[in-house]
Design a binder for this molecule. Structure first.
Ligand SMILES: Nc1ncnc2c1ncn2[C@@H]1O[C@H](COP(=O)(O)OP(=O)(O)OP(=O)(O)O)[C@@H](O)[C@H]1O
Length: 311
């Protein structure tokens, strides 16, 4: 299937010489949720801005829905929605007017029923006649989402949709994003909350210093780069490892009072090896009093990848 968005060699050099995007290649599939992860200043907002026409790219090409954005920008633009990080909307407008206006801006016929549906799904219906400035931060953010949904985009960018909102609202946002996906909207989100990518995304891209250093299916990334770490507390300290543990990635720690295992590949191999190790200990007559096993998270993977990139 043709990608919904295709970037090739996308580059942005800001006046002054800073290369915010360095030859980014990315294909987005129809209907997926793609999470773009990266530290502050990595280039996430610049990438979104380039696709949405807010930032002029310095090189490369962008195609959306088969249209070359450099030529047919208008045709593609009406199908792309953006929820920016910050409110750029009239604070004195009412919620209803702001959201209805967004629909009109894209040339769609007014549809009160659709606006009502959107406001209800975002729990903004009761606030429809309030001025935006009177809303809480979380509600303002939902107004931004409502505005972006009002013109029924097929491709939606969410730039840090849950930054600064409380945990409860964040979970509520995830539900809304899930509902959008169910309607067939393709979603690209940037986030600082790796938990959010772990929860929501089908694929994850990691960007650092303007370079897309990895793009993978989330599950594949976790399987490829995931690790198991286990600490086995020993009943009596050891001075050296028993021969039965030769070949396993284990070492003694805490003055020989525990064993540390670090290995596996995120597909369950680690847990299986830890079980073998405990059997080997029993065979060698070594007692243990507890095992603490932990699978690495997307966060661990992210940190280790960025560590490599920084080196
Ligand atoms: N208008 C601009 N002029 C010059 N440099 C800019 C401009 N906008 C962004 N930059 C720089 O480009 C780099 C990428 O910025 P960008 O906002 O795309 O990063 P980001 O990944 O979205 O960061 P954050 O997570 O903090 O939002 C940063 O070094 C930033 O300082």
């Amino acid at each position: 299937m043709e990608p919904i968005l295709e970037l090739k060699g996308l580059t942005k050099v800001y006046p002054g010489g800073l290369k915010a995007l360095d030859s980014v290649d990315l294909s987005i599939r129809r209907g997926e949720i793609f999470a773009l992860l990266g530290p502050n200043g990595a280039g996430k907002t610049t990438l979104i801005g380039a696709v949405c026409g807010l930032v002029r790219s310095s090189g490369g090409s962008m195609h959306a829905f088969g249209h070359d954005l450099a030529i047919d920008w208008r045709k593609a633009r009406s199908r792309i929605g953006l929820v920016p990080q910050e409110m750029a909307t009239d604070m004195f407008e009412t919620v209803w007017r702001a959201v209805s206006y967004s629909r009109g801006l894209f040339g769609l016929a007014p549809d009160k029923g659709r606006i009502e549906e959107i406001l209800k799904s975002l729990s903004l219906w009761d606030k429809r006649d309030e001025q935006i400035r009177a809303l809480s931060g979380g509600m303002k953010r939902r107004v931004l989402i409502a505005k972006a949904l009002a013109h029924e985009p097929d491709l939606l960018f969410l730039d840090e949709p849950t930054a600064g909102v409380d945990v409860e609202l964040r979970k509520g946002m995830w539900t809304i994003i899930d509902q959008m996906r169910a309607r067939g909207v393709t979603i690209i989100l940037t986030t600082h909350y790796i938990e959010e990518a772990e929860e929501m995304a089908d694929r994850v891209g990691i960007i650092s210093k303007g370079r897309l250093i990895m793009v993978e299916e989330k599950e594949a990334m976790m399987a490829k780069l995931g690790r198991t770490e286990a600490h086995i507390a020993l009943a009596e300290p050891l001075t050296e490892l028993p021969p039965t543990l030769t070949g396993y990635p284990v070492e003694l720690e805490n003055d020989g009072t525990s064993l540390r295992y670090r290995g596996g590949d995120g597909t369950g191999k680690g847990k299986a090896e830890v079980a073998e190790i405990t059997k080997a200990l029993t065979r060698s007559g070594i007692d243990y009093t507890g095992i603490d096993t932990r699978e690495s998270s997307l966060e661990d993977i992210f940190v280790s990848l960025l560590g490599e990139d920084a080196a």
